[in-house]
Design a protein around this ligand. Structure first.
Ligand code: HEC
Length: 282
């Protein structure tokens, strides 16, 4: 496969001539020269590098546990790297304690970027939605620093899907709140929908909930099961859909995850909110 071949040669290149900037930093785990077409053109032909995280990094700032983007020209670095995705480690940047450790990067046939984690086995799929002629490269938001004394963590030291502006609670910020529910519930539902607590909703319904070949659009206000009320959506999520009307494969109860009734209610609030955006009064 093309991607694999590109990755091999890129990896060999990185080994024989390490980019000085990365030499003493978090452990370089995988490198991919991006040849897909779905990211902005500024990304093509340059490298995504997964840093697995290092134990003893002081005093260097690059502690790993992230994916960086290194602009390349003619096989050499042509500009400073930027942190592309961050926040994998969560509260503790230590090998045994990190929530996630990026271990691999690969490109899908559609040009999306996959990042794997060998701590908990999670896979992230990074897609780009916007003008592909964009030339600017912007860094990921930095995760919040942990307070070493109290151990407390800032609110956004979450895996990247939680802090990325297009995902998780940020996506819920402008959504309406179902009657009798809270904004926090909707935000929690958004987090769970995007993978928190082991849920896999996005795998079938898509990151934007607008459907994939495995599951329907959940934003179209068109209900095959129930009446679109929060309780009926919660019931569908709890029971799953053993005999789909329009899809070949079924949806397992809770999409196959182990969720509490509170999680399910939060998900139902989020799905309801996705379908009632225009009715929002404030
Ligand atoms: C394995 C794929 C898969 C996963 C994972 C999955 N779903 Fe589904 N979902 C489906 C299919 C298939 C249907 C039924 C569509 C049909 O009947 O044609 C469905 C239906 C639904 C419906 C009912 C839509 C309607 O028209 O009434 C809701 C709500 C829903 N899913 C929410 C979720 C949530 C929330 C999650 C995560 C906890 C989830 N799903 C996980 C495949 C999936």
């Amino acid at each position: 496969m093309e991607a694999t071949a590109a990755r091999r040669s890129a990896f060999a290149l990185a080994r024989s001539r390490p980019l000085p900037r990365f030499r003493r930093t978090g452990r370089l785990n995988d490198l991919l020269i991006y040849r897909g077409y779905s990211f902005p053109t500024a990304y093509s032909g340059s490298a995504f590098i997964a840093f697995h995280g290092s134990w003893n990094r002081a005093p260097f700032p690059q502690g790993g546990y992230n994916v960086v983007f290194q602009p390349l020209a003619g096989g050499k670095s042509s500009a400073n790297y930027v942190v592309f995705a961050d926040g994998f480690a969560g509260a503790k940047k230590e090998p045994g304690e990190a929530a996630h450790r990026p271990s691999g990067v690969a490109a899908g046939p559609d040009g999306s970027l996959y990042i794997s984690d060998d701590q908990k086995g999670r896979i992230w799929r990074v897609t780009f939605h916007g003008d592909s002629k964009t030339t600017g490269i912007t860094a990921a938001p930095s995760p919040t620093v942990v307070n070493e004394t109290t151990g407390s963590v800032g609110g956004d030291a979450q895996p990247p899907e939680g802090i990325h502006p297009n995902a998780g609670s940020a996506a819920a910020a402008n959504l309406p709140t179902p009657p009798g529910q809270t904004k926090d519930q909707v935000a929690l539902g958004a987090e769970i929908f995007h993978g928190q607590n082991g849920a896999t909703c996005t795998g079938c319904h898509g990151t934007n909930a607008k459907g994939t070949p495995l599951g329907p659009d959940l934003t179209a206000k068109h209900w095959l099961w129930g009446d679109g009320s929060v309780p009926s959506i919660a019931q569908t999520i709890t029971n799953g859909v053993p005999n789909p009307k329009n899809y070949r494969s079924s949806m397992s109860p809770m999409g196959g995850a182990q969720l509490t009734p509170r999680d399910v209610l939060a998900l139902a609030d989020y799905v309801w909110a996705l379908n009632n955006q225009n009715e929002a009064k404030d």
